[in-house]
Design a protein around this ligand. Structure first.
Ligand code: SAH
Length: 465
């Protein structure tokens, strides 16, 4: 039935020119007006496409033959690229990747947000690209067994839960690959059973690694379905002997049948529960459950831009909504400022309080709760922040939160976003409440992948009370 609506069928092949990139990194071409998404292509590619999946108004295809390659293409540097779902842009140049991401941000702000960069009312300050190598300070690696019952560890294949065994991920710091080797070695000699998502049986679920790049401290966290691991002492011994940088070994207990990686219970095997890193000249303690940007170098640039946009003056108050471990707010303020941070994860709030203390910041209050609820409470108690920063997860902001923030009447709002589409949607609502977006800058914190971060400055209009 579905097939009748489209001018082609599954398994048909025909010539297709790739004209744009979709938000998830797939190339887009059109055939008789119908959009076709093709992975691993580049703008300018001329291919023979084979249709593999039909939807109501569009289709998915694969390259069956390359006819003429895009000039954006570069040789692929990773042997896992074609299968692994981690990266989508290793086959095009970093400049092309930057252009795609910058255009996506601009497009969402214009098309969804209703702004126009051409008329000069809003300025796009470009994109800050970064290296595609070794930038991640965190890895969450699922464990599984192949059909011969051998351990496999790596990222999932695109749009699936099939693990692609990866011996050397280019996004990881080298030391993560060494740690993974030690873990594989322990597993071969002494390992416990491996978790199976379908049967919900087996113990070893995920490896979760984090490095504080500036301190070199490493957290090794093993996520398990159960309370104990066989020969855990041997693993601890092997890790200590081979990787002295591992300062903490934590067991995270996750017995739920869920895609969520971390459970809420933890047991420390050795060291402290958190690691330390230094960002924007301040020290931060980060626990496994606390959010911390995975690309420290790029995050620092992003926070500096947020600082410039916030433009906090002496004695002003900053409200940092979705504050995580307090990283943005604590990086921005000086001793005359007051900071209020709001965050839903209790461990992150504990980190934020400790982080304020360790940086000698006394004028900071951190509230654990939902950002919308907390903003309402703060507003009711008469808080009048001069600047409000929001840094929500991908789903963006509730319209009630936008309403509360606008009613608090800050001079400026700084919006840090990890999803250009929800950003566009929210900027439009802000503009209806009297907060107009003036400046936008994109930062690539995830080179090689389809993700991009954006920072926006929103100014209060004169007619807002
Ligand atoms: N600003 C921080 C964290 C940003 S990530 C940094 O730059 O490091 C988004 C944060 O929002 C996460 O810490 C997440 O736990 C938190 N969060 C998610 N939903 C929330 C909600 N409804 N209310 C408050 N915080 C929330």
């Amino acid at each position: 039935m579905v097939e009748k609506m489209l001018p082609f069928k599954k398994n048909d092949t025909f010539k297709l020119k790739i004209e744009a990139m979709g938000s998830d990194g797939m190339g887009i071409g059109k055939h008789e007006g119908v959009v076709i998404f093709v992975p691993l292509t580049a703008v300018g590619d001329e291919i023979e496409v084979k249709i593999v999946k039909l939807q109501k108004n569009f289709a998915f295809g694969i390259i069956s033959k390359m006819l003429s390659e895009s000039k954006d293409r570069v040789p692929v540097d990773c042997p896992y690229f074609n299968q692994c779902g981690g990266c989508v842009y290793r086959h095009i140049s970093p400049e092309s990747e930057n252009n795609i991401k910058a255009e996506r941000v601009k497009d969402c702000i214009e098309r969804i947000g209703g702004f126009s960069f051409a008329d000069g009312s809003i300025e796009f300050e470009g994109i800050e690209g970064g290296t595609r190598y070794n930038y991640r300070n965190k890895a969450q690696i699922p464990l599984g067994l192949d059909k011969n019952n051998k351990l496999i560890m790596g990222y999932y294949a695109k749009h699936s839960h099939r693990i692609v065994d990866n011996k050397k991920c280019l996004l990881h710091p080298e030391i993560f690959n060494s740690i993974i080797d030690v873990f594989r070695d322990w597993y071969e000699q002494f390992g416990d059973s491996v978790y199976n998502e379908e049967t919900h049986k087996g113990v070893l679920r995920h490896l979760y690694l984090r490095v504080g790049e500036k301190t070199g401290d490493i957290l090794f966290c093993l996520v398990i379905n159960g309370d104990k691991v066989k020969n855990l002492d041997k693993l601890a011994g092997m890790l200590k002997m081979n990787i002295p940088e591992i300062k903490s070994f934590v067991l995270n207990i996750n017995k739920e049948k869920t895609n969520v990686i971390l459970g809420t219970k933890e047991r420390i095997i050795f060291g402290e529960e958190h690691i330390k890193d230094i960002l924007c000249g301040r020290v931060f303690n980060i626990s496994p459950l606390s959010f911390y940007q995975v690309n420290r170098k790029q995050a620092e640039k992003l926070y500096n831009k947020a600082k410039e946009y916030a433009d906090l003056k002496e004695n002003e108050t900053l409200l940092d909504l979705y504050c995580g471990a307090g990283t943005i707010g604590l990086s921005l303020i000086n001793e005359t400022n007051k900071l209020i941070g709001v965050e839903i994860i209790p461990d992150a709030i504990e980190n934020a309080k400790k982080n304020a203390k360790e940086n000698g910041i006394e004028n900071a209050e951190f509230i654990c709760g939902d950002a919308s609820d907390a903003a309402k409470i703060l507003s009711d108690r008469g808080e009048k922040p001069d600047v409000i920063i929001v840094d929500p997860p991908r789903k963006g902001l509730d319209s009630t939160l936008i309403d509360t923030v606008s009613k608090m009447s800050p001079k400026r709002v700084v919006y840090v976003s990890c999803d250009p589409a929800t950003l566009g949607r929210d900027l439009k609502i802000f503009s209806e409440k009297g907060y107009l977006t003036k400046k936008v800058k994109a930062f690539d914190l995830f080179p090689g992948t389809s993700h991009v971060e954006t920072v926006c400055l929103l100014d209060r209009q004169a007619n807002v009370i």
